[in-house]
Design a protein around this ligand. Structure first.
Ligand SMILES: NC(=O)c1ccc[n+]([C@@H]2O[C@H](COP(=O)([O-])OP(=O)(O)OC[C@H]3O[C@@H](n4cnc5c(N)ncnc54)[C@H](OP(=O)(O)O)[C@@H]3O)[C@@H](O)[C@H]2O)c1
Length: 293
């Protein structure tokens, strides 16, 4: 049985993706940060499919020590359950903020959760992904278009705008996926970004001020149910032949921002490595060294 890890699997898009993937026979390891929400999500999946293979792990992915802890717990579980193999990692957990708020490391929260958490978790689970020739899928957004990375002030400390911070974090999802594909093609790992479209979830109503809360409550009325984007994750996880492309919407490839270049991807990779205190080994460099011997 193939195993898939989904972050932010306790509500919204992540929960519906967990539901559809368990229905299709995958073993799903979900991560959430609220015990109550994780228990509710698990109960809801099992109530309609008692045979679903679903396990939840608790972690506040905003904090790097929590990402590292839960990655170790998951690695242990993968070693016991699936020969250490991870078929797919879905970096989906995300948040919206109204003000400049920081994590334990002093990082802006949207950047920390929407991008850095996935960056660090992928690094920690890389051996398991490599074993399975796995897929890494980020939840992106059309809002990544029309924005650039503020390299000289990536946390936007000098002039904070929450919407800019959100859009930048979603551009980072595409740059990270591109960076992974540039580095790990030889290890047969493929990365993708899903644009879920506008989806009726509670994201803008959690830990936000009254204005964002109000706007999101109105805006989400025009959205689709989370079951709709969940199909695209299932499509990317299920295909026997590895899908090409980078950015997907409704199970089809889609154009993305011109900011998504190898140069920018590399720059973000190096910055994120520094901010997480890690160093991904470089498959390209490794390959060259092996060939030169
Ligand atoms: N909704 C849209 O229209 C839309 C459009 C484009 C992109 N997206 C992206 O879709 C992804 C999922 O969002 P959603 O709309 O499904 O919203 P959601 O229902 O609020 O789901 C977010 C998930 O992340 C979890 N989470 C939040 N903070 C966390 C933390 N510190 N540690 C661990 N988990 C945490 C939430 O847990 P709880 O259940 O405890 O809250 C929830 O499971 C996000 O990356 C978002 O940027 C959404």
């Amino acid at each position: 049985m193939k195993t898939i890890v989904i972050t932010g699997a306790s509500s919204g898009i992540g929960l519906e993706t967990a539901r559809i993937l368990t229905r299709k026979g995958f073993n799903v390891l979900g991560i959430g940060h609220s015990e109550v929400n994780c228990n509710r999500a698990k109960g809801s999946i099992l109530s309609e499919n008692p045979d679903a293979d679903i396990t939840y792990f608790l972690a506040d992915l905003m904090q790097q020590r929590e990402v590292i802890r839960v990655a170790d717990e998951i690695t242990l579980c993968l070693n016991q359950k699936s020969n250490g193999k991870l078929h797919a990692l879905i970096n989906n957990a995300g948040c919206v903020r109204s003000w400049y708020m920081t994590t334990e490391e002093g990082y802006e929260q949207q950047f920390a959760l929407n991008h850095l958490a996935g960056f660090l978790l992928t690094y920690k689970l890389l051996p398991a992904l490599k074993k399975a020739h796995g897929r890494v899928i980020m939840t992106g957004s059309e809002s990544h278009k029309g924005i650039r990375v503020h390299w000289d002030d990536v946390m936007l400390r000098r002039r904070y705008n929450p919407l800019t911070a959100y859009k930048q974090s979603k551009l980072c999802n595409l740059l990270f996926a591109k960076g992974l594909n540039d580095r790990y093609a030889t290890a047969a790992i493929r990365a993708y970004v899903v644009d879920p479209g506008l989806v009726k979830t509670g994201i803008g109503n959690k830990e936000t001020g009254w204005l964002v809360n109000f706007i999101w409550t109105l805006r989400k009325r025009g959205g689709v149910q989370p079951e709709v984007p969940a199909e695209t994750y299932a499509f990317l996880c299920e295909r026997e032949t590895v899908p090409d492309g980078l950015y997907y919407y409704l199970c089809k490839k889609k154009n993305y921002s011109k900011q998504v270049t190898s140069e920018n991807a590399d720059r973000l990779f190096k910055l994120s490595e520094r901010l997480c205190g890690i160093e991904y080994e470089n498959e390209i460099a490794h390959d060259r060294k092996v060939r030169a011997k």
